[in-house]
Design a binder for this molecule. Structure first.
Ligand SMILES: Nc1ncnc2c1ncn2[C@@H]1O[C@H](COP(=O)(O)OP(=O)(O)O)[C@@H](O)[C@H]1O
Ligand SMILES: [Mg+2]
Length: 391
């Protein structure tokens, strides 16, 4: 449940001393009924971590972050009372974008504010925008260092795309470019020796629905019908034969964040095992969490498992660097979904610039702290630069 919301008299919090630490605002969007949107538990955890590390931190909405003012109205959380309350805070030095929905981030007033923030000389904004799966594919496929990890992918615009991909791969994934949590995902399998050679699986709330078709034209009609429900462009992607344990495929979720030196670092990796009849591994769809080491050892044995894991660890940092470079915006964190195939090769599925909370406690703690260490780095780097240019 959400904590009780209250709006007691507004207090001004400005005469604290936080040394050289930046003031960090967690940015979200205002909401008419619940003050602001986003994962309140995540925000409360961030505020508690800020307090522990000696930072002034608050939640601020697009509406209240007025860049011409020296103080802004923000939200803070009282853990003992379990209440959110409003207070005036000094304008932030660093802004961490956690607007939770793509639709909200696309609103003109939100885009305008994000643009102004990114140009503001005294404010550092990070994680400015959501990714989409097609751009990610292009960015990573165009770079020599990352190309090898990317399944072959095309925009699913016509039947010819399906037929040409199916000539090279007997298994495909079809995914909405702006999808999340498995919504709208389909998979296609072709088995020419069968009477009904094409199998289409559609991800449902739990498990999946299966259709078998005699011809590609029939398959295409089904795909069109299904994708129009989502109303988003789709990509078609080479299906990877994921390594599996007890016949359940699994994949890896990595959290990569910048550290106190502004360098990408792996915060942690978890594994997700697919639900019984699901075509994805999402936990709300019947998937479950497991330790990557355990799964990899069960498939590959000790030695190879160690090699695969260290390959994954190096690869995610290379991928993160390239994604940030191509996105042309400053980033402090991203999560990544990766597959390991039956031969031990590592594959990139997607990256997310608004990572969900990791349930593994050791990853969770570090993930909260890194946000502050990176913010401090950003702030110090900006101060150094402005001192340099004003000389
Ligand atoms: N090309 C693929 N080959 C095999 N499995 C895939 C492929 N693409 C996606 N998956 C499976 O589906 C899951 C969801 O795909 P993903 O691209 O992460 O979409 P979403 O945004 O819905 O999370 C992945 O974590 C993986 O288990
Ligand atoms: Mg995913």
């Amino acid at each position: 449940m959400n904590p009780i919301l209250s709006s007691p008299e507004i207090v001004v919090r400005s005469n604290y001393s936080f040394g050289d630490k930046p003031i960090l605002a967690i940015l979200t969007i205002d909401d008419d009924t619940q003050m602001f949107r986003g994962n309140r538990q995540n925000f409360a955890d961030l505020l508690a971590t800020g307090e522990k590390l000696g930072f002034m931190t608050y939640v601020v909405t697009i509406k209240h972050l007025k860049l011409s003012r020296s103080t802004v109205l923000g939200y803070t959380y009282d853990i003992n009372e379990d209440v959110w309350s409003r207070a005036y805070f000094p304008r932030p030095n660093v802004v961490y974008n956690r607007i939770p929905l793509r639709e909200d981030e696309r609103l003109p007033r939100v885009r305008k504010k994000l643009m102004a923030l990114s140009r503001h000389p005294n404010i550092q904004l990070f994680n400015r925008r959501f990714f989409n799966k097609w751009s990610l594919f292009q960015w990573l496929n165009d770079a020599k260092t990352t190309k090898a990890y990317i399944p072959e992918t095309r925009r699913l615009t016509e039947i010819a795309v399906l037929s040409s991909l199916l000539r090279r791969h007997s298994h495909l994934y079809l995914k909405p470019v702006r999808g999340k949590a498995g919504v709208g995902i389909m998979s296609v399998r072709v088995q020419p020796e069968k009477n009904l050679p094409y199998t289409l699986q559609i991800q449902e709330e739990k498990g999946s629905r299966t259709f078998r078709c005699a011809t590609l034209a029939r398959l295409w009609n089904r795909v069109l019908k299904q994708s129009s429900v989502i109303g988003e462009p789709y990509i078609a992607q080479q299906g990877i034969s994921l390594a599996s344990m007890n016949e359940r495929p699994f994949d890896l979720r990595a959290l990569i964040q910048k550290n106190e030196f502004g360098q990408w670092e792996l915060t942690g990796i978890g594994a997700r095992v697919a639900g019984d009849t699901s075509i994805t591994t999402h936990v709300p769809r019947g998937g479950y969490i497991e330790e990557p080491e355990k799964l990899l050892i069960s498939v590959f044995g000790q030695d190879k498992a160690r090699k695969v894991l260290s390959k994954v660890k190096n690869t995610v940092v290379t991928l993160a660097r390239q994604i940030e470079r191509s996105s042309k915006h400053k980033m402090g964190e991203m999560s990544m979904d990766l597959g390991v195939d039956v031969s031990g090769q590592v594959w990139f599925f997607e990256a997310n610039s608004k990572p969900m909370k990791f349930d593994e406690p050791h990853i969770r703690k570090k993930s909260l702290e890194q946000i502050f260490y990176y913010s401090q780095y950003l702030h110090a780097a900006a101060l150094k630069q402005s001192a340099g240019t004003s000389v």
